[in-house]
Design a protein around this ligand. Structure first.
Ligand code: ADP
Ligand code: MG
Length: 368
């Protein structure tokens, strides 16, 4: 899958952008706050309907505008394909060849993207909610049914918490409803936990080699899913019901789970240096690229947001070397000197300033 052209309307800093893409390597060059990341964010949203940066979709709508529009013209092998995502204050719409796809879960998967961004360090340094967000996003790309499970789970969880709060405040005690909701929560919770365990196991199988590829270090890395409920869900919810009522919400379950990364058996946060943490994040992302390829028989589009400036030259080269040459790449940078340009053969450099394209260079070696 290749993105041939991208069109943005009222998306962040862009009033209107028409961007024609290189099939292999797109470099987006510009000073800070000119709109480089926004281009990658829009490609991410075109694929997943979600931003990698914010949970609030409306943030991408240009100030004082009603909606933001993203249109991608793509090539799937030789077949042209058009995707649209429109974000408005009332929600989102997605179109496949101009036909609206009502369920966003059905839309996700036409265009696969993997983002490498500075915020990825939160995957290791951040709270468990960052890691859950990562799992949910990545599993959703691999398995459409997972998105449905999540939507159902979140809806039921919200209802169950309302019922618990009602009981806590002694307004009403509807035991039957609590029982039904608990049963439904367990039903979807088990599916979510199972999918996450499988995902983390798959990731674990690949990530060791990717870590070695990126860093050259042969350290034993291990990823394990750490559920907040270790025993049977049904028994656990029965046992914890009194506590849930006391707190007026569901204390445990997949919405509180996490996964743990260890280096040589020691939690990564305690063991690893800054550089090792960076390498680990890259290794995880490279593993995701491979998992998507295995599942879809298509290389995802890879978005590298300001990633090179933080890496030493050997890691920069390792990263490029371990992305399949068929992968279409979008790389943002403030400085071409931070990219190993001599490793690259065919590319396009687009210079961006204040939400506009200022120039495009094709294939020629730029003057550094
Ligand atoms: N909703 C919005 N409406 C208008 N401008 C926005 C919006 N969101 C962000 N911006 C502007 O976009 C610019 C940042 O874009 P970004 O893509 O992060 O830049 P870069 O990656 O080049 O540093 C800033 O100037 C910011 O003020
Ligand atoms: Mg940026």
């Amino acid at each position: 899958m290749k993105l041939k052209a991208l069109e943005l309307k009222n998306f962040r800093v862009y009033k209107h952008l028409e961007y024609s893409c290189h099939p292999r390597l797109n470099i987006i060059l510009g000073d800070n706050a000119q709109g480089k990341t926004s281009i990658l964010e829009s490609i991410h949203m075109l694929g997943i309907t979600k931003s990698h940066k914010t949970l609030r979709d409306v943030e991408v709508i240009q100030s004082e505008c009603e909606h933001a529009k993203i249109r991608g013209s793509l090539l799937l092998e030789d077949t042209p394909l058009e995707l649209d995502v429109v974000i408005s204050k009332n929600g989102k719409k997605a179109k496949y060849n101009r036909i609206e796809i009502k369920k966003l879960s059905e839309y996700v998967g036409y265009l696969n993207v993997v983002m490498f961004a500075p915020e990825d360090l939160d995957l290791i340094k951040g709270s468990p909610s960052e890691r859950r967000r990562f799992m949910d996003l990545e599993i959703g790309k691999l398995k459409k049914s997972y998105i449905t499970y999540l939507i159902q789970y979140r809806r039921i969880l919200k209802e169950r918490n309302e019922v618990l709060k009602g009981i806590q405040q002694k307004k009403k005690y509807n035991h039957t409803i609590l029982e039904i909701l608990t049963e439904q929560l367990i039903h979807y919770g088990e599916k979510i936990i199972q999918a996450r365990i499988e995902f983390i196991e798959m990731l674990n199988d690949i990530v060791q080699e990717k870590y070695l590829n990126i860093s050259g270090e042969s350290i034993t890395v291990n990823l394990t899913y750490t559920p907040s409920i270790k025993d049977n869900l049904k028994e656990a919810y029965a046992k914890r019901q009194r506590q849930d009522i006391l707190f007026g919400n569901t204390q445990n379950g997949p919405h509180r789970d996490d996964f743990e990364i260890t280096f040589e058996g020691i939690p990564i946060k305690t063991y690893a240096s800054q550089g090792q943490i960076r390498s680990m994040v890259l290794a995880i992302k490279l593993a995701i690229v491979e998992m998507i390829y295995k599942e879809k028989a298509q290389y995802p589009i890879v978005l590298l947001d300001d990633v090179f400036s933080e890496l030493d030259s050997s890691r920069q080269i390792n990263l490029l070397d371990h992305l399949n040459p068929e992968t279409q790449l979008f790389i943002t940078t403030t400085d071409l000197n931070s990219i190993p340009m001599d490793k690259l053969s065919s590319y396009q450099i687009t210079t961006i300033s204040q939400g506009q394209i200022k120039g495009v260079i094709h294939d020629a070696k730029p003057k550094l």
